[in-house]
Design a protein around this ligand. Structure first.
Ligand SMILES: Cc1cc2nc3c(=O)[nH]c(=O)nc-3n(C[C@H](O)[C@H](O)[C@H](O)COP(=O)(O)OP(=O)(O)OC[C@H]3O[C@@H](n4cnc5c(N)ncnc54)[C@H](O)[C@@H]3O)c2cc1C
Length: 423
């Protein structure tokens, strides 16, 4: 059996490990335009800040691919898939035949429609090469503008602050993390970032132009302000890499549509990770959940099925977390309530404790949470409660009294945590 895996991120590598476990002799080839072995994107901004050493970024050792008898084609991207002939064409003109193909190409940063956005000095953060360019630019820079108030932008801001830069975070929305929080979370979320020296957060504001002679020198804002800067980092969300699915008959929506075995509408072709629409338990429908843990899990399920096992993906609960100089916010499941949802907000004792939890219920089921401060410690337990999809009526009173400690409710959760896939 010939397996081709497009992508060397968590989805691709988890798939290859699962395939090799089930099929010790099949021919596996992994393709990636990047030249690095499997590394952690989650640590990139800590590496930019100088808090993580280069070797610690890697999640596998140099011998990993050889030991697993996996061929690598690094430095080349898939450009076209011919499902009729079962062939993938690569940017280096190589053609790879397959019996089973996995799409695990992740996503790419969105480029905002802003004048001057292609000037040298404007950066995106998706890969290690991006991080290296940012770190290099930061070494001789003093002032940075970060466009966007989402998870990656805030992590990038922390990385740049860690390098000693003064940072302006320009946010279109009226609040930070607007995609994963509700308006009532704005003040407690902002408190995590407020007071950080050299950090300026500018909500309700857009960068209208990036300007400079040959490279970035300043950013113009919709509020009329102008910020002199040496670097701009853009974090305005990502788009799944679907280019090579065009003309293949693979059904797509926002991402690649898959069944519960992670198979696409074309037999023999599977998809996993940031480009796939896996089942989202809290939302009760398929969605692109751009999360590391979902990519690992979906990759494992896809790999098992590609190798002939019958394993289903029951769905996942989105868990985003941002730590910022010791402060932490975590969001789980559905955080923006819809009609019929019940919302309860719990603030910690003392107005300046910083502890905060907002829980979203639907018909006695917990479906979402925003957690700040010490409440973040309960994220794992609450995620399990959401994932189990059964009534929390018996412990709802405890949850609403803020008794969400692991010890307090563990007896109701033990044995019911999200299942682990085993091939
Ligand atoms: C800075 C940063 C911080 C993050 N922090 C967190 C966090 O704290 N928690 C969290 O859950 N998630 C976080 N994420 C998101 C997380 O990294 C992604 O959800 C995860 O990496 C998705 O895995 P994937 O395998 O689907 O895609 P990716 O990890 O993006 O891997 C895609 C692979 O496909 C390759 N590829 C691209 N195009 C092609 C092509 N045409 N042909 C072949 N190969 C191709 C790429 O080179 C790469 O090897 C972060 C992301 C970034 C960028």
């Amino acid at each position: 059996m010939k397996y081709v895996i497009l992508g060397n991120g968590p989805a691709g590598v988890s798939a290859l490990a699962a395939i090799r476990k089930v099929d010790p002799t099949g021919e596996i080839t992994v393709v990636s335009p990047e030249t690095w072995r499997y590394y952690s994107k989650i640590l990139l901004t800590r590496w930019i800040a100088g808090k993580v050493r280069f070797p610690s970024l890697f999640l596998v050792d140099e011998g990993f691919y050889e030991r697993n008898d996996v061929k690598t084609v690094f430095g080349a991207a898939a450009t076209r898939i011919d499902p009729g002939r079962r062939v993938v064409e690569l940017s280096n003109r190589q053609r790879l035949g397959y019996d089973r193909l996995l799409l695990a190409m992740g996503s790419s940063p969105q480029v905002p429609d802003v004048c001057g956005i292609r000037l040298p000095g404007v950066h995106y953060l998706r890969t290690f090469d991006d991080a290296e360019r940012i770190a290099q630019a930061a070494s001789s820079a003093q002032r940075a503008v970060v466009i966007g108030g989402g998870l990656v932008s805030l992590k990038a801001a922390e990385g740049l602050l860690g390098r000693g830069l003064e940072v302006w975070v320009v946010v279109s929305s009226e609040r930070l993390l607007s995609q994963i929080t509700a308006p009532e979370d704005a003040a407690p979320v902002l408190r995590i970032f407020e007071g950080t020296s050299r950090l300026h957060i500018l909500p309700n504001c857009d960068v209208t132009e990036v300007e400079g002679r040959g490279r970035v020198e300043r950013a113009h804002l919709s509020a009329g302000q102008r910020i002199e800067c040496d670097i701009v980092v853009v974090g305005k969300g990502v788009t799944p890499n679907l280019l090579c699915t065009r003309g293949t008959g693979i059904r797509t929506g926002r991402g690649v549509i898959v069944d519960d075995r992670m198979q696409t509408s074309v037999p023999g072709i599977y998809a996993a990770g940031d480009l796939a629409e896996g089942f989202d338990i809290a939302r009760g429908r398929a969605a692109v959940n751009a999360l590391w843990s979902s990519a690992v899990w979906q990759g494992r399920v896809a790999g098992c099925n590609m190798a002939g096992r019958d394993v289903t993906y029951p769905g996942d609960v989105g868990l985003n977390s941002v730590t910022f100089f010791g402060g932490c916010v975590a969001t789980l499941g559905k955080t923006r309530p819809e009609d019929g949802d019940e919302v309860h907000t719990l603030a910690g004792r003392g107005s300046d404790s910083g502890d905060y939890a907002r829980l979203v219920f639907r018909d006695d089921h917990l479906v979402g949470a925003v957690l700040i401060g010490r409440a973040v410690q309960t994220a794992g337990v609450l995620r399990s409660l959401i994932a189990r999809r059964s009534s929390v009526a018996r412990i709802k009173g405890e949850l609403l009294r803020g008794r969400m400690s692991y010890a307090g409710i563990v007896r109701d959760v033990v044995g019911l945590c999200t299942p682990v896939v085993a091939c």
